[in-house]
Design a protein around this ligand. Structure first.
Ligand code: TGC
Ligand code: FAD
Length: 392
């Protein structure tokens, strides 16, 4: 793979909106990605393997629980710092960002928000340091966009719960030490349970042959009469709103992350357009390639502004689910369009692993699907503006 020469575009001087702490956190993540992710990621994506050796580095840059309070091992940062870390990691690879998103927003967040104090103390510091890795089991083979229909369930057996069912498409599942699993009780109400690797009847087969997110491990969670201790139930929130609340936090991180992938594709295509000579001049001197670059930088700039504003609203505790949904949908769609155009700008070289663009493009096909598909997010905005839910 080519050396990482990334230079971040900042067309509207957005750095002026960031605090010194934001810039320090972002620059540390940016340097770490250049040093530890860029040199190895293409190889791991080709091998379809998650590079486990980067777990400690992810913890060191604050990627595991950036906004979780320091008393539980988190970095105690604000929402914009969290977003900037996700942006920089996804600039390297969406699969690595997935690992960080799941650990922070889908495992640490529910334990922090819905867990008991004992659960917080037991799990959060180890998750923040990367000693424990976690995964989040909501999607099932027959219930993806409609998680409320889930059939995974547990029964009260007096001194423990008995868990049965299966989850599919679960990021980090093959190596996770714990899983936050969403299942229905005997009355049909959804609860979160912490299931630990090693519990009898709990297996995590890996999903193979993906063309996307190849450097992220994906798997199933199978529960065959798993005895879960009663103290592993998250006591402070139940109902579908509990897992959906975690998705707000993860979707917000993805909105920032997608900007990172888009910036990397734009920066690579811009540099290539100045170096690649055809018909005796750089392709960047042709009107058609300039149109692509002009549209890319415009869309990146609009997404940066939208997402920074969303970060301010999140810091003030005012961002709505629908606002977060709009940013996730817009930014991933924007990044995917930029990745496709940037890949074409590199001609034949664009399909090789010499450059990061095709990997970003393939990764973004998962990002546009998970955490709510593009269509589901259109329907969330549709519902918000009309008052009618068109899902059912
Ligand atoms: P609906 O009737 O609208 O809502 C059910 C209850 O939940 C409440 N609620 C929320 N609460 C907190 N936060 C939110 N964001 C909430 N959204 C809704 C709602 O008020 C209601 O509460 P109550 O008290 O009235 O019962 O639910 P619905 O069944 O009609 O579904 C709505 C829909 C389609 C929007 C929702 O199901 C949805 O978002 N579907 C998409 C599923 C999804 O995003 N799955 C993601 C799985 S995890 C994943 O993909 C990880 S990838 C990780 C990575 O690698 O980065
Ligand atoms: P479906 O829900 O079957 O949707 C199929 C198509 O129908 C889509 O185009 C959708 O937009 C459309 N559709 C569905 N309902 C409607 C409707 N009402 N109106 C119009 N169109 C509709 N899940 C987890 O729980 N944890 C994870 O860690 C996780 N990681 C993932 C990692 C990867 C790589 C992938 C690909 C997925 C992951 N997921 C995870 C699952 C992901 O959230 C689901 O794939 C996603 O929610 C869509 O569900 P589905 O695949 O069942 O598609």
């Amino acid at each position: 793979m080519k050396p990482d020469l990334f230079q971040a575009p900042d067309y509207y001087n957005l750095d002026e909106l960031l605090t010194d702490e934001h810039k320090m956190v972002r620059d540390a993540a940016r340097e770490w990605v250049k040093r530890e992710v860029s040199p190895i990621i293409e190889d791991y994506a080709q091998k379809a393997e998650f590079p486990k050796q980067i777990i400690k580095g992810l913890a060191d840059i604050g990627a595991f629980g950036p906004y979780i309070p320091e008393q539980y091992g988190g970095a105690g940062l604000d929402q914009i710092s969290y977003g900037l870390i996700m942006q920089e990691i996804e600039r390297g690879d969406s699969g690595v960002r997935s690992t960080a998103s799941v650990q922070s927003s889908l495992v640490m967040y529910p334990i922090w928000k819905y867990g008991s104090e004992e659960q917080r103390v037991k799990y959060l510091p180890k998750l923040a340091s990367g000693e424990f890795m976690g995964c989040f089991g909501l999607t099932e083979p027959d219930h993806g966009s409609n998680p409320g229909g889930m059939i995974t369930n547990f029964k009260d057996k007096g001194d423990h719960y008995l868990l049965n069912g299966a989850k599919m498409w679960i990021s980090n599942a093959p190596f996770a030490d714990i899983a936050v699993v969403w299942a229905k009780d005997e009355s049909g109400r959804i609860h979160g349970l912490i299931v630990e690797r090693g519990m009898e009847g709990f297996t995590t087969p890996e999903t193979h042959n993906k063309w996307s997110l190849r450097a992220s491990a994906t798997g199933e969670l199978i529960f065959d009469n798993v005895k879960v201790p009663k103290e592993n139930l998250l006591p402070n929130k139940s109902g579908l709103g509990a897992p959906l609340g975690c998705l707000d936090s993860a979707r917000y991180g993805i909105a920032w992350g997608a900007i990172g992938a888009a910036m990397d594709c734009y920066d690579t295509a811009l540099r290539y357009s100045k170096e690649r000579i055809q018909f005796d001049k750089p392709i960047g001197a042709t009107q058609l390639q300039q149109k692509k670059l002009a549209e890319m930088i415009t869309e990146i700039t609009k997404a940066q502004l939208l997402t920074w504003r969303l970060g301010v609203l999140r810091n003030e505790g005012k961002a709505t689910t629908a606002q977060i949904s709009m940013a996730k949908r817009n930014n991933v769609d924007m990044a995917l369009t930029i990745a496709r155009d940037a890949r074409q700008m590199l001609g034949g070289m664009g399909i090789t692993g010499e450059y990061s663009i095709m990997r970003h493009m393939m990764n973004l096909e998962s990002v546009v699907t998970y955490e709510g598909t593009h269509d589901i997010h259109l329907l969330i905005t549709g519902m918000d503006v009309t008052g009618f839910a068109a899902f059912k």
